[in-house]
Design a protein. Structure first.
Length: 319
């Protein structure tokens, strides 16, 4: 099949493109520029790259039409952030493509309530990103129910993999937390460290797109969580990282109102966003209908990512 990936040079695309090429699909990557993938792979030599600026082209309703000129069987949309963008695609693609697979986020659920969270549970997003993604999902699934439009939505967790900074045990992306753990220094966590984070390796996300294509009849009109098998508590995450670095964990806990003053404002905001959500999502539906089987646990994907940063001089744990 001919597959067009919108936004295919980023983290998911780095792993997805080789999987598509190796599976024998003609692959076209659409992005704003010829950005290089995170990891080199010979399969990229056989990929056609088309430059398009989605934001600018959507102002004149040209983007979806130009995608259609590429004559795709399947369109994989990794960068749909507003319901207007989703609507533009549907209006042009209706009756013209076999499958649209859109990338969502587990943020559509908002605060965790009953865990592990299932896809059938209510959407109560509270951040703008989650609200926009939930609106995209609502629109796409409703048009699928009403008209049979062939769409599938995949909701990844916290992306991680080689070339990417993992969300750390404090719930933000500051690499200093990993440095302190590696050196056996004290790490302060918010509250009791029992809030959760739910990672997923980008290659497992890539796997899920292939699985959705391979199981099209069961995937159409559905949304799926794409995460590792188990979420991590912040405390458990910190303890595991200390063991990986050969250290004993030295943890301290502070109530949120005190903890937020121990870090920079941007880090505090990122931590609040993650602990307020405290995602813990079920993959039972994806396992059953798509035969999704994550290769990586949360910790395995994080270990690989941290080792990559160390090996490529992006994380110096010695000073």
């Amino acid at each position: 099949m001919k597959v067009v990936i919108i936004g295919g040079t980023g983290h998911i695309g780095t792993y997805l493109v080789p999987r598509l090429v190796n599976a024998g699909h003609e692959t076209i990557v659409v992005s704003r520029n010829k950005k290089h993938p995170y990891l080199p792979h010979s399969s990229w030599n056989s990929v056609r790259h088309v430059e398009m600026d989605r934001v600018e082209m959507e102002k004149d309703n040209l983007f979806a039409t130009q995608i259609l000129t590429l004559a795709p069987d399947v369109v994989i949309d990794l960068i749909c952030y507003t319901p207007e963008s989703a609507r533009n695609l549907v209006e042009v693609f209706q009756g013209k493509i076999a499958h649209l697979i859109s990338c969502g986020t587990i943020w559509v659920h908002g605060y965790s309530e009953q865990v592990p969270t299932k896809e059938t549970q209510p959407r109560n997003p509270f951040c703008q990103y989650g609200k926009n993604k939930a609106a995209c999902e609502e629109y796409l699934l409703s048009v699928s129910r009403d008209t049979g439009f062939p769409v599938t939505i995949l909701h990844p967790g916290h992306l991680v993999g080689q070339g990417w900074k993992p969300l750390n045990p404090a719930g933000n992306f500051n690499l200093v937390t990993f440095k302190r753990i590696a050196r056996g220094e004290e790490v302060i966590l918010p509250n009791l460290g029992l809030e959760t984070v739910h990672h997923v390796h980008a290659d497992d996300v890539a796997q899920s797109f292939i699985k959705a294509m391979d199981n099209r009849s069961k995937a159409i009109g559905e949304s799926f969580h794409i995460v590792s098998e188990q979420a991590l508590t912040l405390r458990g995450y910190a303890i595991a990282m200390a063991a990986w670095f050969g250290q004993k964990p030295l943890l301290k806990f502070l109530p949120w109102e005190s903890w937020k003053n121990t870090v920079e404002k941007d880090d505090a905001n990122a931590t609040w966003d993650h602990i307020a959500h405290s995602p813990n999502c079920s993959i039972a539906k994806a396992q059953k209908l798509l035969h999704y089987s994550p290769r990586y646990s949360s910790l395995e994907s994080i270990y690989e990512s941290i080792q990559y940063l160390i090996d490529n001089n992006q994380l110096d744990i010695t000073n």
